[in-house]
Ligand binder design. Structure first.
Ligand SMILES: [Zn+2]
Ligand SMILES: [Zn+2]
Length: 278
């Protein structure tokens, strides 16, 4: 068995070894191995359903892992990077109304793709179906969204409330933060706590989401962020209300710069297009 960086453990056979094993043993060995193999590894890609041709800890084919593309738009807010269909929501400095009014607690946002199609399915597998090895491919996509020329001092994962972390068994943002830490050579610091088990944000308006997460975060005692440039990691950015509340706590504790980085963001241009409201 060999270990390769990209896909984890692979089985490799030596032909000399095979000739040394008696031919009569082979059919049995082959059958036993296939049975074991199918028990240990799913045989179809969990996204497209095509049979998997390689053994990997990630039950998704190469094609599906390569599929997600970066979010594209002609108009983005300069600060929060929200994509827009036209330039009207942006002021003369290229900022959206939330950023213009100072309602976002972060300084900037980096996201890789739209929370749609294959990328959405990969994140669902990672977050809800406990496919933790997806942290590597998803971490690589996230790293592509963060400009290499931007310097940071700390990587901070978006915290989960302890009850949610306990029921899921892990914090998906923490796994992504570990990947970014490895790829960018930065320390991970779990310095923010989620002290309020907030109600689910789905279905709430933007202003209600902001109220819902008010007071949800606290800095851990003794954690120093004064003058530091923080990269706050999350899996998905929806309205940015949660990220904004968490970033606000870091800024109030003295962080010099807080950038939010998420693998995907919900693209509201899609729902606007469907409703014909362009
Ligand atoms: Zn596939
Ligand atoms: Zn903005």
């Amino acid at each position: 068995m060999l270990y390769t960086e990209n896909v984890g453990w692979r089985w490799v056979f030596s032909s000399a070894l095979l000739t040394n094993i008696g031919r009569s043993v082979l059919p049995f060995a082959e059958k036993a191995f296939c049975g074991l193999f199918q028990q240990l590894f799913p045989d179809d890609c969990r996204v497209c359903g095509e049979p998997l041709r390689e053994v990997s800890r990630v039950p998704v084919c190469r094609g599906c892992l390569k599929k997600p593309g970066a979010i594209l738009a002609d108009y983005f807010c300069k600060d929060c990077q929200t994509p827009f269909l036209n330039r009207f929501p942006l002021d003369e400095n290229g900022r959206c109304s939330l950023c213009r009014l100072g309602l976002n607690g972060f300084d900037t946002v980096y996201t890789f793709g739209s929370y749609e199609e294959t990328l959405r399915e990969l994140i669902h597998l990672f977050k809800y179906d406990r496919v933790r090895p997806l942290k590597k491919p998803l971490g690589r996509l996230l790293a592509r969204a963060i400009p290499t020329e931007r310097a940071f001092d700390l990587v901070v994962p978006m915290p989960l409330h302890w009850r949610k972390r306990w029921s899921r068994g892990y914090n998906q943002a923490e796994l992504l933060a570990q990947e970014i830490s490895r790829l960018r050579g930065l320390p991970v610091a779990k310095i923010v706590r989620r002290v309020k088990p907030t109600a689910p944000q789905a279905g709430l308006s933007n202003s209600k989401r902001r109220l819902n997460v008010r007071g949800a975060f606290k800095i851990r005692k003794g954690a120093g962020v004064k003058g530091l440039r923080v990269l706050l990691i999350d899996d998905v950015l929806t309205t940015g209300a949660t990220a904004s509340a968490c970033a606000g706590v870091l800024k109030r504790a003295g962080a010099k710069h807080v950038a939010v980085a998420a693998v995907a963001r919900t693209d509201r241009r899609i729902s606007l297009e469907w409703s014909g409201n362009t």
